[in-house]
Design a protein around this ligand. Structure first.
Ligand code: APR
Length: 278
């Protein structure tokens, strides 16, 4: 699974002082039963129309059909609520404990499974938001509010509609405008205050060994993170059962590697290596 050449490079980086970071995407949670975005279950039906996540997860769609957007996110929340962390999430927590200050976890996942597994919020950077929270859609402040349990804890299917009472709860407690899920939408930009943009770009520069796990590379901050690590002679290792943007990019770099496998299998193996060689 891990070639001798890669093992030597990992051992060398473990002995150094630079950060060892993980950049993860939806594939990490696939073994917990949560569909990835660009897999075959990623679509959404509203009325008689099929939407791709790229259409439904937008501010433009929220502005014309906030109900449909909330219904999509609340369905995802309901699916996530019943999901449990898998061996990949647990391995990340073990590495956090082994590496201490050298560890950083940059996650695109809004599913809360890092918290259920026991990840420490101080070294966890949620660059696409956190679906436990909502915020004012009119930006009256930057305050985050937990999504009310009366709404978040409901069982939902793909066709569950929002009730009038639920809509009354999905408002900004401060100004009364509609609240929105605390996530980065496709037609929005990364920033520091919600998504830790500058922190993660700095961390990428300080990283000597970066594992990219379960992400297709469709979004631009993950691409910039990988470039920052490569530019400072860091090693980047893609863990993914399928070829993707990163596996292809890394194949032409002397500091790039691809481990073709599932995160729930490969990450526990990385833990063993760390225990042996740190
Ligand atoms: N282990 C590792 N990787 C896996 C596994 C697994 N068990 N199963 C699937 N994958 C890989 C797929 O091969 C794919 O490359 O996970 C990746 C999932 O890709 P996407 O669905 O595009 O998810 P992600 O890269 O996280 O999407 C990025 O786009 O929709 C937005 O904001 C959303 O955070 C999301 C972002």
């Amino acid at each position: 699974m891990i070639s001798d050449a890669l093992l030597e490079r990992i051992k060398e980086k473990l002995k150094g002082q630079r950060k060892i970071s993980f950049l993860v995407g939806a594939g990490l949670s696939a073994e917990s039963g949560i569909p990835t975005f660009r897999g075959k279950d990623g679509f959404w039906v509203s009325g008689s129309k099929n939407y791709q996540p790229e259409e439904i997860g937008t501010k433009a769609m929220f502005d014309v059909n906030a109900h449909a957007v909330w219904e999509w996110f609340l369905f995802r929340i309901s699916m996530m609520r019943d999901s449990q962390p898998n061996a990949g999430h647990r391995a990340l927590v073990e590495m956090q404990d082994l590496l201490g200050d050298r560890y950083a976890l940059i996650s695109q996942n809004v599913d809360g499974l890092h918290f259920k597994a026991g990840s420490d919020e101080n070294c966890l950077f949620l660059i696409h938001g956190d679906l436990r929270y909502m915020r004012c859609s009119e930006e009256c402040s930057k305050q985050l509010y937990p999504i009310p349990a009366e709404v978040a804890d409901q069982e939902r299917t793909r066709s569950t509609k929002l009730t009038f009472e639920e809509l009354q709860l999905l408002v900004c407690p401060k100004c009364g405008e509609m609240a929105r899920p605390h996530v980065l939408w496709f037609d929005e930009y990364y920033n520091q205050s919600y998504y830790r943009l500058h922190d993660v770009l700095r961390i990428a520069k300080e990283t000597g060994l970066l594992f990219v796990v379960g992400t297709s590379g469709a979004t631009n901050l993950p691409r910039a993170i990988v470039n920052n690590t490569l530019a400072r002679q860091g090693i980047v290792v893609d863990i993914n059962p399928n070829s993707n943007y990163f596996s292809e990019k890394l194949s032409s770099k002397k500091n790039g590697f691809w481990i073709q496998g599932k995160s729930g299998v490969v990450l526990p193996r990385v833990v063993e290596i760390m225990k042996e060689h740190l």
